[in-house]
Design a binder for this molecule. Structure first.
Ligand SMILES: [Zn+2]
Length: 516
């Protein structure tokens, strides 16, 4: 009995002892790592290669998580004091609850999951109630939180604060720098490992969900109504490419014949430069009439509102909200055409002829947003019959790939694109009573190892030509004359489509029209 009393006294003494802020943060950071990150590390361990680099990735994650959490906790407690303590107590309890859901339901904490959480009624939430959830919350969350809130902390001087901050920043910086070769591993697994990182997964994804919600509800600034619409029967198809760079199109002088069909179709290839190197902003630019931070009525919405029959098909993302009915995602197309192969973009072109035949309108506009040249798994975007350049790279760790194999896999996506664009031209040839045009433009280019860069997304002021030079390819049924243009850009699309469809509007800009 005396022994037990002794232990209690010693424990109380230990807990009541005043500790430095650095000590408390280190302890809390270690606790967060060990208590809540078993699912995280078991995923990482399963998905790294079983060699020295794999071990290095696991160790890096370990050090990085410790250092980063330490840094954030230190900042929060030093600046926030009591508020900081309560905030960390809430997050620790939150971690415990989320860990229960991850362990029990194997949920992935992403933006849509947070959307579910915010849209759940109390009655639904109570159906998740269980005693083990309470145990998780109490043991892993509430008890440590109480200890944290009661702990006597010596906050130390501002000099100590700055020194500890600098040390943790150096640790974080060194580990990140030591992993520059593993960027693609991280990139590939980011959605999963990010979803298991507590508390950041639910904080970041709540913000993401809010941003998506805001974007989806963003109001377009309406443009003035069309002033005049010609009475000719026209059809215009706009195909938006993904990560297709002009350098690998034979139409732009590439040494390999990656465009045999389009060359035979007699298309015109315009020199063009992307306005952004990321999908979201680039797609927005393709559909807007001028550069702007605000969202002006995008092309398909404007056409639909002014009486054009507008159809949209997409296997990609990043389009601002569309306000018309005929929108077909890959999933919906699969429902309509169960026999079609939905592993590749070919499904976006399925049943196009029938959809055009059903239209009663004189003016038709079809937008097709593809995914074909998106990395890093270029090989997975092409069906077998388009694998002409072999052997293909099949690893996502591009920096370790053989360059020729990476380019082979990429060139096959361009060859497949050639076929897809050609297939639309073939369909339009079956409507000789309509003037028709097909425009193919890419959102941005792609780096394939030039200067040590891969994929896209480099800031515009330092972006290399590979990420900026994009194909802008035009075919018309009546061989309409196309202007000599030194260098077109994304904003040429809006005005050229208006011109082709014979729609006069006050904001129309003749200098951005490709047709004579
Ligand atoms: Zn893109």
């Amino acid at each position: 009995m005396k022994g037990f009393k002794d232990i209690v006294v010693r424990c109380t003494e230990f807990l009541n002892r005043k500790r430095s802020l650095a000590y408390v943060c280190a302890l809390l950071s270690a606790y967060t790592l060990f208590a809540f990150h078993y699912p995280f590390f078991s995923y990482v361990a399963e998905n790294v290669s079983h060699d020295l680099n794999g071990t290095w990735i696991v160790c890096s994650m370990f050090i990085l998580m410790l250092a980063l959490n330490y840094l954030v906790f230190y900042l929060l407690l030093y600046m926030g004091r009591v508020v900081g303590r309560y905030l960390l107590a809430i997050l620790t309890t939150g971690n415990a609850v989320v860990l229960y859901f991850i362990n029990t339901y194997n949920v992935l904490i992403d933006a849509s999951m947070m959307g579910n959480v915010f849209n759940t009624q109390f009655s639904e939430a109570s159906s998740f109630f269980s005693w083990s959830a309470v145990a998780y919350a109490l043991i892993l969350g509430v008890v440590p939180s109480i200890l944290l809130c009661r702990k006597r902390i010596d906050y130390g001087s501002i000099r100590l604060f700055l020194r500890n901050l600098a040390i943790s920043l150096v640790v974080v910086g060194s580990v990140v720098a030591g992993n520059y070769k593993n960027t693609f591993w991280v990139d590939r697994h980011a959605p999963i490992i990010g979803s298991k990182l507590l508390p950041w997964s639910y904080i970041v994804n709540s913000v993401r969900y809010y941003n998506q919600w805001k974007r989806a509800n963003q109001k377009e600034i309406l443009l003035p109504d069309a002033e005049e619409i010609s009475d000719s029967k026209d059809i215009c198809v706009l195909i938006i490419g993904e990560s297709a760079r002009s350098a690998n199109f034979s139409l732009y002088g590439y040494y390999r014949n990656t465009n045999p069909l389009m060359t035979e179709d007699g298309v015109t290839a315009l020199k063009a430069r992307a306005s952004h190197t990321n999908t979201l902003n680039a797609v927005r630019a393709i559909l807007q009439h001028k550069p702007s931070r605000e969202l002006h009525e995008i092309l398909p919405n404007y056409l639909a509102r002014n009486g054009v029959d507008v159809m949209w098909r997409s296997s990609n993302w990043g389009t601002p909200p569309l306000h018309f009915e005929k929108i077909l995602s890959k999933g919906k197309l699969k429902e309509l055409y169960p026999e079609a192969d939905n592993n590749h973009d070919g499904i976006l072109f399925h049943g196009l002829k029938e959809e055009i035949l059903e239209s009663k309108s004189d003016k038709i506009f079809i937008g097709i947003h593809t995914y074909t040249s998106h990395g890093p798994e270029y090989y997975s975007n092409t069906p077998d019959e388009f694998k002409r350049f072999m052997p293909e790279c099949r690893t996502v760790e591009m920096a370790n790939a053989k360059r020729e194999e990476l380019i082979n896999a990429y060139d096959n996506t361009i060859l497949y694109t050639d076929h897809l664009v050609h297939s639309v031209i073939e369909v339009l040839r079956e409507f000789p009573d309509r003037r028709a045009c097909v425009i193919f433009i890419s959102d941005h280019g792609e780096s394939l190892g030039e200067g040590g860069l891969y994929m896209h997304g480099v800031p515009m002021n330092v972006a290399p030509a590979e990420q900026l030079d994009i194909p802008f390819i035009v075919w018309t049924s009546d061989n309409a004359k196309i202007k000599e243009i030194e260098q077109a850009d994304h904003y040429y699309i809006y005005h050229s489509v208006l011109n082709f469809l014979g729609i006069k509007s006050s904001f129309y800009d003749e200098t951005k029209n490709i047709f004579e």
